[in-house]
Ligand binder design. Structure first.
Ligand code: GDD
Length: 326
C-alpha cells in the first residue's frame, strides 16, 4: 500500500521537527516547505531536523508566495497538510504588526486556497493558539470560550482560525484547528521565555553570563511538552469529521515559578541573578492561560501526563549539558 503523504509548513521549527519524526515513525512519507534561506544555511536553520533530514523531502516555498505553495501542493499531492509556519513570536508582533498580520493571515489563506485548488481531498491542520483567548473571558478556556486577542499575533491566529472553519463550511474541505496552549522543549527558540530562562540559567552556572533580564514574572501560562502536542495534531485529522480542539495540560504556572525551578535545578539562587527590564513588558499582556481539554480527551483519547517540573528540568539539563560540551 502506498504510504500516506504529509506536508508540513514550518517543518524547521520546534513542532515541525517533532511532528516530522512522529509521522516518519508512523510510516508516512514526509514533505516540508522551507524558505530558500533555510536551504542555504542548513547548519543553523535545520539543526532540529538533523535526526531525520535524510528521510524527508524538502520543497522551497514561502508563506508570502501563493504560487510556490500551489506548486508544492500540485507536486506532492499530500493526504495531510500541517500548517504550522507563522511569525510566532508574540512580542515581535507589537514591533511589526504589518508583517505578522500579512504573513500569518495571507499565509494561512494561501495554504487553504492552494490545497482547495490542487488537492481538495487533503486534510488540513491549522496551528491556532491560546493567544486567541487573550484577555480571557472564562477560566479555564475551552473551544467555546470567546476570543479576545491582545496582539497582532493573536488577531492573526483568530483570522486563520476563521478562515480554516470557513473552508470547512463553505467548500466542504477537511480542515481542523488545534488551539494549542504554550508548548516547550529543548528545541524551543531562544526568544521564548522558557528557553531564555533555561539557556541563561545554564550559561550563568557555567560562568558564561551574569544576569537574566526578564519582563513580567507574574504572567501565567499552561506549559506542556511539544513532543506530546504533535501527537494531538495528528489525531485531530484522523477523526471522521473535522473539528477544533483545545490542547493543554490543565495546569497553570507563572513565569516566576519557571524561573525558580530552573535556577533551583542548577543550585542557583534566582534572587542573585534575575533582574526586571521594562523593555520585555508587552503593551497588552495575556495574564492567565489554562486549558480545559475535556473535548480532546473525550473525542481524541489524547492524554498528557508530564509534570511541569519535569519539563523545566529537561530543558535546563539539556542546555547545561550542551553548553558544557560545546
Ligand atoms: N519572550 C519573553 N521574554 N517573554 C517574557 C519575558 C521575556 O524576557 N519576561 C516575561 N515574559 C512573559 C511574557 O510577557 C508572556 O506573558 C510569557 O512570558 C510567555 O511569553 P513567550 O514565551 O514569549 O510566549 P507567549 O505566551 O507570548 O506565546 C507562545 O505561546 C502561544 C500559545 O499560547 C508562542 O509560542 C506563541 O506562538 C503561541 O501561540
Amino acid at each position: 500500500m502506498a504510504k500516506r503523504k504529509a506536508l508540513i509548513t514550518g517543518i524547521t521549527g520546534q513542532d515541525g521537527s517533532y511532528l516530522a519524526e512522529y509521522l516518519l515513525g508512523l510510516g508516512y512519507e514526509v514533505h516540508g516547505v522551507v524558505r530558500r534561506v533555510a536551504l542555504e544555511d542548513q547548519k543553523h536553520r535545520m539543526w532540529r531536523l538533523k535526526g531525520c533530514l535524510g528521510q524527508i523531502e524538502l520543497h522551497c516555498g514561502s508563506l508570502e508566495s501563493y504560487p510556490s505553495l500551489y506548486q508544492i501542493m500540485v507536486d506532492v499531492k499530500p493526504d495531510e497538510c500541517y500548517h504550522l509556519a507563522a511569525q510566532s513570536f508574540v512580542a515581535y508582533s507589537f514591533e511589526d504588526e504589518f508583517t505578522t498580520l500579512n504573513t500569518n493571515i495571507n499565509g494561512t489563506h494561501y495554504v487553504l486556497s492552494a490545497a482547495k485548488m490542487a488537492c481538495p481531498e487533503c486534510r488540513i491542520y491549522f496551528a491556532a493558539s491560546s493567544e486567541m483567548f487573550g484577555k480571557v473571558e472564562e477560566v479555564p478556556q475551552k473551544e467555546t470560550t470567546r476570543f479576545h486577542p491582545r496582539s497582532a499575533y493573536g488577531i492573526s491566529k483568530c483570522a486563520g482560525f476563521d478562515l480554516t472553519r470557513n473552508y470547512r463550511e463553505a467548500y466542504g474541505m477537511y480542515a481542523s484547528s488545534g488551539i494549542l496552549f504554550n508548548h516547550e522543549s529543548p528545541r524551543r527558540g531562544y526568544e521564548f521565555v522558557t528557553r531564555k530562562i533555561s539557556s541563561t540559567a545554564a550559561r550563568i552556572k557555567l560562568g558564561m553570563a551574569d544576569k537574566l533580564y526578564l519582563g513580567n514574572l507574574e504572567a501565567k501560562r499552561d506549559w506542556g511538552h511539544s513532543r506530546e502536542y504533535v501527537k494531538a495534531m495528528h489525531l485531530m485529522i484522523q477523526q471522521d469529521t473535522p473539528d477544533d480542539y483545545v490542547i493543554g495540560t490543565g495546569e497553570t504556572h507563572s513565569v516566576k515559578e519557571f524561573v525558580d525551578i530552573a535556577f533551583g535545578e542548577l543550585g542557583l539562587d534566582p534572587g542573585e541573578y534575575v533582574e526586571i527590564d521594562r523593555k520585555f513588558f508587552r503593551p497588552a499582556e495575556v495574564d492567565l492561560l489554562v486549558a480545559d481539554t475535556t473535548k480532546a480527551e473525550r473525542e481524541l483519547n489524547w492524554r498528557y501526563d508530564i509534570p511541569f517540573e519535569d519539563l523545566v528540568m529537561e530543558m535546563v539539563r539539556s542546555d547545561y549539558e550542551y553548553l558544557k560540551k560545546n
